[in-house]
Design a protein around this ligand. Structure first.
Ligand code: NAP
Ligand code: GCO
Length: 264
């Protein structure tokens, strides 16, 4: 059974994985035997990420690349293929959020979120699929969100992007399943990372942020997720244990989507 989850000999590219969820997913994949490749927009973050992996005893190959830049992504994939090997596992993790009420949001801001959270997974997937086909298969994991299913105030662009990413996931599965490529999504619940730090800030009087209390009341597990909670699900979707799972979104949310919320 253990062998089904073994990633030995596999090359995994996790985008935006210097810290946060991407870092935790890449670390879990390394523990399962994969060779890790990651990217970030800035050299200093790549260096920081490489040091953090090294501290865990993981040799990770870090590259500077903006995932919204198609030429840069194509160059990155060629470089990785030459220097490390064909990418067997792609995790489209890099993402941004802008919390702005829709009527105050500029079209420019809206487009930027769509660009990173939806267009980039299209660009990076498109760059890796041809070699996966030649090699006889591959795994693509798109990091979706609660907002692939739910809306809330201030996150119109993010919800539109993550809803779109769910459908891109199903479409890649539909179009390339015949080549033994499985494309699935992970929909994390509310996870304690820098992205959600503003929602968890302790108030000047020492009390919890109202959003923090709101999330605890909405989560049967009664806690925020840790980035490490995503490791096991990601290894499953990257491994042969999931070879007949395709186009699925695995929500890792402590039960949020099953729950109406804590009764008053
Ligand atoms: P994070 O802490 O903000 O990390 C995101 C990473 O993506 C950062 O390293 C960031 O680099 C990188 N990135 C952003 N734009 C990029 C670009 N154009 N090219 C390359 N890298 C880029 O976020 P996280 O919380 O770990 O989230 C990771 C993913 O999970 C995102 O897709 C997010 O939407 C999703 N997610 C998060 C949660 C949550 O509760 N935290 C829940 C559901 C889904 P910089 O630091 O340079 O910007
Ligand atoms: C927000 C949060 C969420 C989470 C996550 C939920 O402002 O509501 O940032 O969008 O990051 O994606 O799954």
């Amino acid at each position: 059974m253990k062998n089904q989850f073994d990633l030995s000999g596999k090359v995994a590219l996790v985008t935006g994985a210097s810290y946060g969820i991407g870092f935790a997913i890449a670390s879990a994949m390394a523990e399962a035997g994969a060779v890790i490749v990651f990217n970030d927009i800035k050299q200093e973050l790549v260096d920081k990420g490489a040091a953090a992996y090294a501290e865990k005893g993981i040799t990770a190959h870090g590259y500077v690349c903006d995932v919204t830049d198609e030429d840069a992504v194509n160059a990155l994939v060629s470089k990785v293929e030459a220097e490390v090997g064909v990418i067997d596992i792609l995790v489209n993790n890099a993402g941004i959020i802008k919390r702005i009420p829709m009527l105050e949001m500029s079209a420019k801001d809206f487009r930027q979120v769509i660009d990173v959270d939806l267009n980039a997974p299209f660009i990076v997937s498109k760059a890796v699929i041809p070699s996966m086909i030649k090699k006889g298969g591959g795994k693509i994991i798109n990091i979706c969100s609660m907002m692939s299913e739910l809306g809330r105030e201030t996150v119109s662009a993010y919800a539109a992007a993550k809803g779109g990413l769910k459908m891109l996931t199903r479409n890649i599965a539909s179009e390339y399943g015949q080549y033994n490529i499985q494309c699935n999504g992970i929909g994390p619940g509310y996870i304690a990372t820098p992205q959600t730090a503003p929602l968890r800030e302790v108030q000047p009087d020492g009390s919890k942020h109202p959003f923090d209390q709101f999330i605890l009341a909405k989560t049967p597990a009664n806690r925020w997720g840790e980035a490490s909670d995503l490791g096991g699900p990601a290894v499953f979707l990257a491994s042969s244990a999931s070879d007949f799972v395709n186009g699925h979104i695995l929500y890792v949310d402590g039960g949020i989507l099953a729950y109406i919320g804590k009764q008053p």
